[in-house]
Design a protein around this ligand. Structure first.
Ligand code: PMP
Ligand code: GLN
Length: 380
């Protein structure tokens, strides 16, 4: 039988490939981004309670209303913009589903989608699946700033969507207020939909604030904003998140979401709503991860790896130019096989032409694991 693949050139995601290799070689795993510690016991108890209270059947298609109300209040209190809980907030099966559904709902064959590289790996395959054309714009050098001239030149009458991500995976950089204002200016008078991936919104460091696109009214009016409870409450395996968007965009989103997943785990929504009633559960996350970042960065001092401190997310890029000329994919593989340490080569988020010498390390781990990783990094 001739299987006519829709994505003939696509392989397996780097997280699965590296994860498997790390397992085979019994490596310390700082590759895939997930905490190696448990979520708050209180949250687990709330989930148990929700199951026992019999929230075991389908949730509403858009999500449990009380949770959507809580998200609406949280978004307004943090970023000043009101999203109507009935028509502008949807609970999704992780941010991944929100991103996929947004692309499915809006991208037609030949539509162009601007993506800033390095870009998280789920964006481009989804664009291609629906016949869209990825228009990649490299972030600049090792500062990973936006190349505004290149962006302006890339916009054409065919541009249907742009995807941004702040705090940024894999580089750990943040968009500033002035970046957002520039973007608002560039997109003014266009019909470009902005898909804003803000899954690390609560993980920023050194007093820096997350600037959600929802704070900028012209941007907010054209944006779908995605978030993830997985990142915020140390439960990446639950695959639950949400998105907010103006009603007209959300109506189109629902047309796909309702037949893609219909609705999301009911008991988890009940529990998360209770847990969200204490804002310190997410407001303290930046401090929590900053301690881990600082521990990791202090400990690698004296090694031959170089770092600009991550400003957000739980990822730290390390530059290895002083060690070897190897391509990052080769070096990452060698670190697993020879040193039993797993990281992510960032060229996989950039297209094959990318040649910088960075590896991404996840510091969302307990100190004993970070210390074991650092001991290895000092030997390289
Ligand atoms: N966007 C980014 C930038 C991510 O790093 C991730 C996952 N780590 C996601 C989206 C997907 O989030 P979720 O696990 O909630 O689907
Ligand atoms: N977002 C996580 C990371 O960047 C991985 C999620 C996944 O495995 N798809 O490491």
């Amino acid at each position: 039988m001739n299987i006519n693949s829709k994505l003939p050139n696509l392989g397996t995601t780097i997280f699965t490939v590296i994860g498997q290799l790390a397992k085979e070689h019994n490596a310390i795993n700082l590759s895939q981004g997930f905490p190696n510690f448990s979520p708050d016991f209180k949250l687990l108890q709330l989930v148990n309670k929700a199951h026992l209270d019999d929230f075991n059947q389908y949730a509403p298609m858009q999500g449990v209303l009380s949770l959507r109300e809580t998200i609406s209040e949280k978004t307004e209190s943090l970023y000043g913009t009101f999203y109507h809980p009935e028509s502008e907030v949807t609970i999704t099966a992780g941010a991944t589903e929100a991103i996929f559904t947004s692309i499915a709902a809006f991208i037609k064959p030949e539509d162009e989608v601007i993506v800033l590289r390095p870009a998280y790996d789920c964006y481009e395959p989804a664009i291609e699946l629906f016949g869209g054309i990825v228009v990649p714009i490299p972030l600049i050098g090792s500062s990973f700033k936006v190349d505004w001239d290149a962006l302006k030149k890339a916009i054409s009458p065919k541009t249907r969507m742009m995807i941004i991500n702040t705090p940024h995976n894999p580089t750990g950089t943040l968009w500033s207020e002035s970046d957002m204002l520039q973007l608002q200016e560039v997109l003014k008078d266009t019909d470009i939909i902005l898909l804003s991936d803000e899954v690390y919104e609560h993980i920023t460091f050194d007093g820096e604030q997350h600037h959600s696109v929802s704070k900028f009214s012209d941007l907010a009016s054209r944006s779908i904003i995605c978030s993830s409870f997985g990142k915020t409450f140390h439960v990446t395996g639950w695959k639950i998140g949400y998105c907010v968007a103006p009603k007209a965009l959300m109506q189109e989103f629902h047309k796909v979401h309702q037949y893609n997943v219909f609705s999301v785990n009911h008991a988890l929504q009940i529990a998360l709503n209770e847990y969200l009633q204490s804002p310190e559960h997410y407001l303290e996350l930046g401090n929590f991860y900053q301690k881990k970042r600082d521990h990791f960065l202090n400990a690698i001092q004296g090694s031959r790896f170089e770092a600009v401190p991550s400003a957000g997310t739980y990822f730290q890029l390390l530059h290895y130019g002083k060690i070897t000329d190897e391509k990052d994919t080769d070096f990452a593989e060698r670190l697993i096989k020879e040193y039993q340490l797993a990281s992510i080569p960032i060229s996989v988020f950039c297209g094959s032409e990318y040649n910088e010498k960075f590896l991404r390390f996840c510091f969302g781990k307990t100190e004993d694991i970070l210390d074991q990783a650092v001991e290895i990094l000092h030997r390289i």
